[in-house]
Design a protein around this ligand. Structure first.
Ligand SMILES: Nc1ncnc2c1ncn2[C@@H]1O[C@H](COP(=O)(O)OP(=O)(O)O)[C@@H](O)[C@H]1O
Ligand SMILES: CC(C)(COP(=O)(O)O)[C@@H](O)C(=O)NCCC(=O)O
Length: 320
């Protein structure tokens, strides 16, 4: 009897990749433009925000997210109907990952301002994971003060508990607050999240897998609660330049404040400041990017690839 040939497994990339022009063209099928209100809200999200970039890249993304929000709500309805329960509104959770200085906070703020415009997501809350860093005293006790931003420098269980509580509809969920001024967790200060339509959670390590077996009490990873995730990507040499640039700007603003932990940097010459920033980058942020952050890129739903001026040149969207 003739043997039926087995189909060969084709290992396909789970992503569809679009260059900027192809992504921007998607806008034609979803006529979108910024209103005066949008522009007012967007001002202040970045030092030099290009509104054309917002229209061509972030507006179509907010449309896609709006479709996902609708489809995800439908899926939740299926589960509650099946269980015979009363439907409850579940916040849609978006994770935003990427290196220090790649533009996560800016992306998160732009998306928040754009998502607010859709009638089904007027309440969007934004939380950064730095509030879940261990306080400096604890990091020092663990010998990790020079590893801020590495996965182990966060209270990962508290972070998972926080997102799980928001997602399960708890009326008020609080998170600790980190200050870039004092370079530490602010004692007795919290932010509160009240049943948002969308929670955006932004941080270096939001796409990290669950803790390995000996350390974990739960097998859940933060990303198990995500409905969508974005990895903001760029060449390491560009990100390093953005980090140094931001450091030079902070020298004239935040570091100039006598209360700043980095006040001693305010008096550095340009050359000394570049040396200092480069040395922090090379000893902490670059190794963390290579060892921990970049390896999570392939777990994102969408990858935004940026060119040297922060403009998005390439978009990868998961289709499988
Ligand atoms: N889309 C953008 N357009 C222009 N500048 C940007 C954009 N995204 C980020 N930047 C700039 O790059 C630097 C790093 O961005 P930021 O959002 O603070 O990064 P992260 O949160 O990843 O550390 C900041 O100086 C910011 O103003
Ligand atoms: C606070 C950060 C760890 C980022 O935290 P995130 O919000 O991504 O969780 C980072 O911005 C940082 O300050 N890194 C420390 C490098 C240094 O010690 O200067």
């Amino acid at each position: 009897m003739a043997r039926v040939p087995r189909p060969r497994a084709v290992i396909e990339s789970p992503y569809v990749e679009l260059d900027r022009a192809a992504w921007a063209r998607l806008r034609n099928s979803h006529p979108l433009s910024l209103t005066g209100d949008d522009v007012r809200r967007l001002r202040g999200t970045a030092d030099r925000l290009d509104l054309n970039e917002v229209e061509e890249v972030y507006l179509p993304l907010s449309r896609l997210l709006n479709f996902y929000v609708g489809a995800t709500a439908g899926l939740h309805r299926v589960t509650t109907d099946f269980l015979g329960e009363r439907p409850a509104k579940t916040p849609f959770v978006i994770g935003i990952a990427g290196s220090v200085a790649v533009g996560k906070s800016t992306t998160a703020r732009i998306l928040r301002e754009l998502l607010i415009r859709w009638p089904d997501t007027p309440r969007v809350e934004l939380v950064t994971t730095d509030g879940f860093l261990f306080p400096n005293a604890e990091l020092e006790r663990r010998g990790m003060l020079d590893r801020k931003g590495f996965p182990e420098s966060y209270d990962r269980r508290a972070l998972v508990r926080f997102v799980a509580a928001v997602k399960s509809g708890v009326t008020e969920v609080t998170a600790p607050v980190y200050s870039h001024l004092t370079y530490d967790i602010v004692p007795d200060e919290h932010i509160a999240v009240h049943q948002p339509d969308v929670l955006i959670i932004e941080g270096l390590n939001v796409l990290q897998p669950a803790l390995p077996a000996p350390e974990r009490r739960s097998t859940l990873a933060l990303s198990d609660f995500f409905d969508f995730s974005v990895y903001v990507d760029a060449r390491e040499s560009e990100i390093r330049g953005w980090y140094v640039e931001r450091f030079l700007r902070l020298r004239q603003t935040a570091f100039a404040d006598p209360k700043s932990y980095f006040h001693r940097y305010a008096s550095l010459s340009d050359e000394q400041a570049v040396d200092r920033a480069t040395s922090i980058w090379d000893s902490i942020n670059a190794p963390n990017l290579r060892q921990n952050v970049a390896p999570t890129r392939s777990r994102a739903t969408l990858v935004l690839g940026k060119g040297p001026d922060h403009s998005v040149t390439r978009v990868q969207l998961r289709k499988l």
